[in-house]
Design a protein around this ligand. Structure first.
Ligand SMILES: NC(=O)c1ccc[n+]([C@@H]2O[C@H](COP(=O)([O-])OP(=O)(O)OC[C@H]3O[C@@H](n4cnc5c(N)ncnc54)[C@H](O)[C@@H]3O)[C@@H](O)[C@H]2O)c1
Length: 264
């Protein structure tokens, strides 16, 4: 029996951690998967990978700009029309922005990072919560009571500690951690769980930047006791655990998956 009998939605599913999470749901037996991103061509690649790994999974491919409220509303409405529910939502869409100190960062750059990473994630979460509030809980994998829905945000180790030349990014990720806690308090009584994952450095297109950035990343890798980058599938598995009924008592957590970076 699969741990995922319900409907999954993954934003940022065209690349990196979001794509790996969509694929992990499919491989784990989830049969109804909505993949959403602003990058349509890459989304189709995710869809093809799912079709290869799990031909029986139904996939809804949605173009979304998480920074736009109407686009987010249309995304959840489309899933509601097709499947009537959203049981697991992983909000992975995010951007890094330029490597600059605050005095070099323009207002537009600051706004863009926050419009996607914080405000955009909140828009998605709010729409997902609104749908989940209409649902009855799914049964769990054993006799414990099931949840009405589970949301996982992708924050970052940089929401817990900071690094040089990323003030808006780090702050946006701290905001996600705080939002996770606030919503977890507010929606516990409705039996919805909200948690976040704080990845360390993960090998995705986001971390294949300029040589300057790669230098920063090299020193971050050296700081982490495990002394390596993570793989997207390693973050995906944490997301799946938090979405599953095996995590039925995990609420408002910020789960670090960072090779030990923040303990050093
Ligand atoms: N890679 C890392 O080292 C790392 C570490 C910690 C946290 N994160 C976070 O993990 C998440 C996924 O990052 P990734 O490394 O997979 O990066 P990525 O660049 O590979 O994927 C990000 C995806 O988000 C999508 N996206 C960006 N803006 C969007 C928008 N406005 N609307 C819809 N989709 C949008 C992009 O098109 C892309 O497909 C991000 O939130 C990122 O901040 C990444």
């Amino acid at each position: 029996m699969t741990l995922f009998p319900g409907v999954a939605l993954i934003t940022g599913a065209a690349s990196g951690i979001g794509r790996a999470t969509a694929l992990a749901f499919a491989i784990s037996g989830c049969q109804k998967i909505a993949i959403a991103d602003r990058s349509v061509e890459e989304l189709v690649q995710t869809q093809d990978s799912i079709a290869k790994e799990a031909p029986n999974a139904a996939v809804e491919t949605i173009m979304v700009n998480v920074a736009q409220p109407e686009s987010v509303a249309a995304m959840t409405a489309r899933i509601a029309t097709r499947w009537g529910r959203i049981d697991y939502a992983v909000n992975a869409a995010g951007i890094q922005g330029p490597a600059q100190r605050s005095t070099e960062l323009t207002l537009d750059e600051f706004d863009e990072i926050n419009n996607v990473n914080y405000r955009g994630l909140w828009l998605c979460s709010r729409a997902e919560l609104a749908q989940m509030l209409t649902q009855t809980p799914l049964p769990s994998h054993d006799s414990r009571p099931g949840n009405r829905g589970a949301i996982v945000h992708i924050a970052s180790q940089l929401g817990v500690v900071s690094r040089s030349t990323a003030p808006a990014y780090c702050a946006s990720k701290s905001a996600v951690i705080s939002l996770t806690r606030s919503d977890a308090i507010d929606y516990s009584k409705e039996n919805i769980r909200i948690n976040c994952v704080c990845p360390g450095l993960v090998e995705t297109p986001m971390t294949q930047g300029s040589s300057e950035q790669r230098e920063l990343f090299a020193s971050a890798i050296a700081t982490a006791p495990m002394n390596r980058m993570g793989q997207p599938s390693e973050i995906a598995d944490v997301c799946l655990f938090l979405c599953s009924s095996k995590a039925s008592f995990v609420q408002g957590a910020s789960l670090l998956a960072d090779g030990g970076y923040t303990i050093n």
